[in-house]
Design a protein around this ligand. Structure first.
Ligand SMILES: Cc1ncc(COP(=O)(O)O)c(C=O)c1O
Length: 366
């Protein structure tokens, strides 16, 4: 059935609210099965856990100029100094400039992130060894590429925020930490119960809104989602992932998620035909599972298109608003395309009839 809106926060289904959260997952036995994966409450706490374990507090870290503010915040909370390297408009790293900057600044850590589920690191990845031979550790963030399964074997540490893929109240992971006492981590870190409780409450109200279409309910459930964002923003808090989220993760139907995302992306690829809208990744290679469909909106019209879509209850986010530190420290040419990108929602909550509506509204825009 078509949804009354597209985009917005994930929320739990009534079945999930009824089924999950009754049993306390025994951390030591269940989570320890995951070898050297450590489940954290957020992507940010995955990054800070990695930095502390590597003993790299206060180091110089390279972060792409096109990235989420939360990544910068995580490194800053470890007292790192963040230096930005440029990303090209095809969203690959500008390798010439990256290597020049590495020689100039001699960082200890390089943070990389394949974008939107596509392998924007395929070229840089071939040079990881060259980078590591300079004494630089590489942290790859698979938040966007979780289900595309690119080869991360040669990086030092992998981090991820799981909440971008599933209706999980919290969740992230670090993978690849050597000699990390996972059992001690779970014993000494608590769950974020406030986040779980807010998420369940907000989900109940959002479900009600989705069935009745009563806009006034948004005044109640949106503040609950925002409240959780504030908790995530506090990078001094480091928690383990909640057992509630673990239940969602362990029951997730990844086959269905992969299929929906690919079918939806493919539909938009074949049906968007507005000259103002330029799809960045114009093919969908086998194995790629897109997070969103990023597009360039021409003539400085991104805000207008986003607004026109919002009027139709189609909520396509800006990923990412440029972090303030990037705005103040980077040359203007690093930022050239940042204000033109809009991310079209293609996730598993929607089917082709929803994509038809999205494509139709995009094509009407002039
Ligand atoms: C690529 C990437 N990594 C990490 C994070 C931080 O994740 P979290 O919000 O779970 O802390 C984000 C947040 O948007 C992100 O986009």
């Amino acid at each position: 059935m078509p949804c009354i809106e597209i985009g917005g926060n994930y929320c739990l289904s009534q079945q999930e609210i009824d089924a999950f959260g009754h049993d306390q997952i025994p951390y030591a036995s269940v989570f320890m099965m995951w070898g050297n994966v450590v489940f954290t409450h957020s992507g940010r706490s995955a990054i800070t856990t990695a930095v502390h374990h590597l003993g790299l507090e206060g180091c110089k870290v390279f972060v792409p100029a096109f990235s989420c503010h939360s990544v910068t915040d995580a490194f800053l909370s470890c007292d790192c100094s963040v230096i930005y390297y440029p990303i090209n408009c095809d969203l690959t790293a500008n390798e010439t400039e990256l290597f020049r900057l590495m020689d100039e600044h001699n960082p200890s850590l390089l943070y990389v992130c394949p974008l939107f589920g596509f392998d924007t690191l395929s070229s840089l990845r071939k040079r990881y060894k060259e980078i590591q031979d300079k004494g630089i550790r590489i942290v790859e963030d698979v938040t966007h590429s979780l289900l595309s399964g690119f080869n991360t074997k040669t990086v030092d540490v992998v981090v991820c925020s799981l909440r971008k893929w599933l209706e999980m109240p919290d969740g992230g992971f670090v993978w690849g930490l050597k000699c990390f006492d996972t059992e001690d981590y779970y014993l000494t870190h608590q769950e974020q119960t406030e986040i779980v409780n807010n998420f369940i409450k907000a989900s109940r109200l959002k479900l009600d809104y989705l069935t009745k279409g009563d806009e006034s309910l948004k005044q109640i459930f949106l503040p609950l989602f925002y409240k959780n964002n504030e908790v995530f923003d506090d990078t001094s808090i480091s928690c383990r992932m909640s057992s509630f989220s673990y239940e969602i993760l362990s029951q997730a139907d990844f086959k269905q998620i992969i299929e929906h995302r690919r079918v939806n992306y493919d539909f938009l690829l074949n049906h968007i035909n507005n000259p103002l809208v330029d799809i960045i990744f114009k093919s969908l290679p086998a194995g790629v599972v897109p997070l969103y469909m990023p597009v360039y909106v021409g003539n400085g019209r991104r805000a207008d298109l986003q607004k026109a879509l919002i009027n139709e209850r189609l909520y396509c986010p800006v990923i990412w608003p440029t972090p303030p530190q990037v705005l103040t420290t980077c040359p203007a040419e690093y930022l050239r395309f940042h204000d033109d990108i809009l991310s079209l929602v293609i996730d598993q909550r929607y089917d082709v009839s929803d994509m038809e509506r999205l494509a139709w509204n995009i094509n009407q825009f002039s």
